[in-house]
Design a binder for this molecule. Structure first.
Ligand SMILES: CCCC(=O)SCCNC(=O)CCNC(=O)[C@H](O)C(C)(C)COP(=O)(O)OP(=O)(O)OC[C@H]1O[C@@H](n2cnc3c(N)ncnc32)[C@H](O)[C@@H]1OP(=O)(O)O
Length: 299
């Protein structure tokens, strides 16, 4: 798949889903709602301050009384939106104008959250200008410094999302700063372990190689220059990063330096969670919604 727009076309087949938005008082979020409604993609429950939501909706000509849109006036939109999903009034959760941390805390709540006993992790899918295919990145937003055990679950979550969009055996690069194992660099040891675990069938549904540095993960020339012989080097479909800081900086540099478009979800919870940066465009939020609709069958 080459473009995120093709996700949107596929996602339209899954029309009966309800999206619960944690604080919809945000122009880009409501613009995404308007576009999704005009394409009849799904229905929405908008949680937040009703008056604020109304004021913004008015400025973009979004009719809040149209069928398939409900507005709920609440003081704690993160908690209310998560509860709606855990009580099955909605199928998918979407981050609106709340911080990632506040939303994730509600998602992880013992009382009403969306935990499954597995690791929850962030999966981002980028369309990058001049690249011939989409690129997955995980985990740029939830797990701060995952252990090897957590990285295995992070890979599994991301591979599930890849399968949901029809990418059946993604090539996964386990990133580090260098492409050789250095016992002083934990990221290289974990990357080598992930590679061996895939070779021994402990991780399935993908091909992993690592450690790979960013250049030889995504550039054939860089891989050839370093004489790396591997199915993944230079051809990665997915980057697994050692820490949130590496992932988050890559996410934002793809967006700001390379002019990328993104679709992003949290995988591994009871339901898909749409989680982009608050600064991301309405288009990216719409693509994320498409990715969540496509993933929802696999959760
Ligand atoms: C990329 C675009 C968007 C962005 O830029 S986002 C910006 C960067 N992201 C962030 O700031 C969020 C980073 N992560 C965090 O702050 C924290 O890890 C997070 C997710 C809020 C959780 O922290 P706390 O609420 O302090 O929770 P905690 O660590 O004490 O754990 C509470 C219980 O939840 C569990 N938990 C935490 N992370 C989990 C995970 N990934 N999957 C499954 N379970 C998880 C944890 O084991 C604990 O369980 P228990 O209560 O001991 O049974």
């Amino acid at each position: 798949m080459k473009t995120l727009a093709s996700l949107q076309k596929k996602a339209k087949r899954n029309k009966n889903q309800v999206i619960s938005i944690a604080d919809a008082a945000d122009k880009e979020v409501l613009e995404a709602v308007k576009r999704a409604k005009s394409e009849e993609m799904c229905s929405f429950i908008l949680f937040g301050n009703k008056q604020d939501i109304r004021s913004i909706a008015y400025t973009i000509d979004l009719d809040l009384s149209s069928p398939g849109i409900m507005v709920e006036d609440v003081k704690d939109p993160a908690e209310a939106a998560v509860k709606a999903v855990s009580q099955k009034q909605a199928d998918i959760l979407m981050k609106g104008n709340v911080t990632t941390k506040d939303l994730l805390k509600a998602v992880l709540s013992e009382k009403f959250g969306l935990r499954t006993g597995h690791v929850l992790s962030h999966v981002a899918l980028f369309e990058i200008p001049n690249r011939d295919r989409l690129l997955f990145l995980t985990d740029a937003a939830m797990n701060i410094a995952p252990t090897l055990k957590e990285k295995v679950e992070i890979v599994n979550n991301s591979v599930k999302v890849a399968h949901a969009i029809g990418l059946n055996n993604p090539k996964v690069a386990a990133l580090a700063s260098v492409e050789v194992v250095n016992p002083a660099m934990q990221a290289t040891i974990d990357a080598a372990a992930l590679t061996q675990m895939q070779k021994r069938g402990q991780i399935t549904g993908c091909i992993i190689d690592g450690p790979l540095a960013f250049d030889n993960a995504i550039s054939i020339e860089a891989a050839m220059h370093k004489k790396i012989v591997s199915e993944v080097a230079g051809n990665a479909d997915m980057l697994v990063v050692p820490t949130i800081d590496v992932g988050n900086a890559l996410y934002k540099s793809f967006m700001y330096f390379a002019g990328a478009k993104v679709a992003a979800v949290i995988s591994g919870a009871k339901a898909p969670i749409i989680l982009t940066s608050r600064a991301d465009s309405a288009e990216s939020k719409l693509y994320s919604l498409s990715l969540a609709l496509l993933s929802s069958k696999t959760f």
